[in-house]
Design a protein. Structure first.
Length: 147
């Protein structure tokens, strides 16, 4: 008879001073999967820091065998280094420091197609003064893929 009472007490509602025996983890698992899905969707969208419409040209893709630094300039003339907006002076200082560590680090220049030739040349001059040895201009393939 005592065992029946114990079973009945286990299934009864807990007293106010007793805690629950186990935690329902289903909402935590749901939240974890939701966050995972959000990060999976948003990570590719964060690939480049500035909204740039690249000029179209046919060329071979650059092999991505090592770390490549991205220097970008949007239609408004904003310069970014690896997605972080910088002034031309800051760009030169940052690149000079990076070239001091590894002078063979390749730099990819991404400039909006609506920028004038002079604006792109100003940015290239800053990059050149920084001591960059390996440089590539990024364009978009005529079919629409970057290359």
């Amino acid at each position: 008879m005592k065992t029946d009472r114990r079973r009945r007490n286990r299934n009864a509602m807990p007293d106010s001073n007793k805690g629950f025996a186990d935690i329902n983890v289903t909402p935590l698992v749901d939240l974890t999967f939701l966050l995972l899905i959000v990060f999976i969707i948003t990570t590719p969208l964060m690939e480049h820091g500035l909204d740039i419409k690249l000029p179209k040209a046919s060329s071979d893709p650059i092999p991505q065998d090592q770390k490549v630094l991205q220097v970008e300039m949007d239609a408004m003339g904003t310069i970014a280094l690896d997605g972080v907006a910088v002034s031309p002076e800051e760009l030169e200082l940052e690149l000079r420091g990076m070239m001091g560590v590894d002078p063979e680090t390749p730099i990819q220049i991404r400039a909006d197609e609506t920028l004038g030739y002079g604006r792109v040349m100003e940015m290239l001059e800053v990059v050149k003064r920084s001591g960059v040895k390996r440089l590539a201009l990024v364009t978009e393939a005529p079919g629409g893929e970057g290359g």
